[in-house]
Design a protein. Structure first.
Length: 319
């Protein structure tokens, strides 16, 4: 599910210097002044970052200011930016990296401010929505982030430059993103075991439930199965009955599912969605298979659509 970044990031030193004190170690003050002069004269060949006030002398304050004012020097009426992805797309990637360093509320404000500014020119606005789709929504993007994408969708649905037809897709995506969101109750469903017995998600009794929606036979699913089987922290949690794993097959080809039953440990709950309720009712977002959800004892979502490594880190931190 996680692949190489679509575009290379700026050197870490270049980004971190903006968040450190004014006398950063990555470049001298003289070099910085020269660079600013170039940026001012040609905003299409270089991205003009905002000047962070010197009074903001902690990385947290500087990151907060940079997130909120990142696009201040961009003229969104200039459609030439669309034709320079080496400038604007790189700027977008670095912007998203900065949003990972600030509180969620700041990220939400920063994104909504950006899209409000971009409404000056619809071509620029739609270009930004395409970048959001590519980096925050696409299942193959290593920067995929549903919470940030929700902020973008909210901005799109309130936009005055998009018509009702153009808002159909973001509306559907927003409704799906709201389901099984971190902090909310996971949607319940019935599963069927190989012997015909049935159960449902909410009847699984354990401090934690790992919901593993997969399609046996797919390469990524096989890799995830092996990663889960060989994870020390996950094995320990299941052995101590602190966590149960529910593997669910959402599709209709039962012959394919039965061919792979031996791939799964016997201690897992391995079932299928007999009536295909998950898919037909869009209970869970299945644009990326496999997908992992970690739930607490009340079936509240703790982690949504994460990697095995993220599950391991969470379990290690609560031990």
């Amino acid at each position: 599910m996680r692949y190489k970044k679509i575009i290379e990031l700026l050197p870490a030193c270049a980004l971190l210097s903006l968040l450190s004190s004014a006398n950063g170690a990555c470049s001298s003050g003289q070099a910085s002044n020269k660079q600013e002069k170039v940026v001012v004269t040609d905003t299409i060949t270089a991205f003009a970052l905002p000047t962070i006030p010197t009074m903001l002398n902690t990385p947290e304050l500087r990151a907060d200011y940079l997130a909120r004012h990142y696009w201040d020097n961009v003229n969104f009426t200039d459609t030439n930016y669309i034709h320079h992805p080496e400038v604007t797309e790189q700027a977008w990637v670095n912007f998203i990296d900065i949003l990972r360093l600030v509180p969620a509320s700041t990220g939400d404000t920063a994104l909504k401010t950006l899209f409000a500014q971009a409404e000056k020119e619809k071509k620029c606005y739609m270009y930004l929505t395409s970048l959001a789709d590519k980096y925050l929504y696409d299942p193959n993007s290593p920067m995929r982030n549903e919470e940030l994408y929700i902020s973008v969708l909210d901005a799109m649905l309130k936009s005055s430059v998009m018509d009702d037809t153009e808002k159909i897709r973001p509306k559907a995506r927003r409704e799906l993103a709201q389901k099984n969101r971190v902090g909310t109750k996971a949607l319940d469903f019935t599963y069927t075991l190989a012997n015909g017995q049935q159960g449902n998600l909410y009847n699984i009794k354990a401090p934690y439930t790992l919901l593993f929606i997969n399609n046996p036979g797919c390469h990524a699913c096989g890799e995830t199965i092996e990663a889960l089987k060989h994870s020390p922290s996950i094995h320990q949690a299941t052995a101590q009955s602190r966590m149960k794993i529910l593997s669910i097959y959402p599709d209709a080809d039962l012959a394919e599912w039965r061919r792979h039953l031996s791939d799964f440990p016997v201690e897992w709950i391995n079932g299928y969605d007999k009536k295909q309720t998950i898919e037909q009712n869009n209970l869970y977002d299945l644009k990326a298979i496999p997908t992992l959800y970690l739930l607490d004892k009340n079936k509240t979502v703790l982690l949504k659509d994460v990697t095995t490594k993220e599950i391991e880190e969470y379990l290690q931190n609560i031990q």
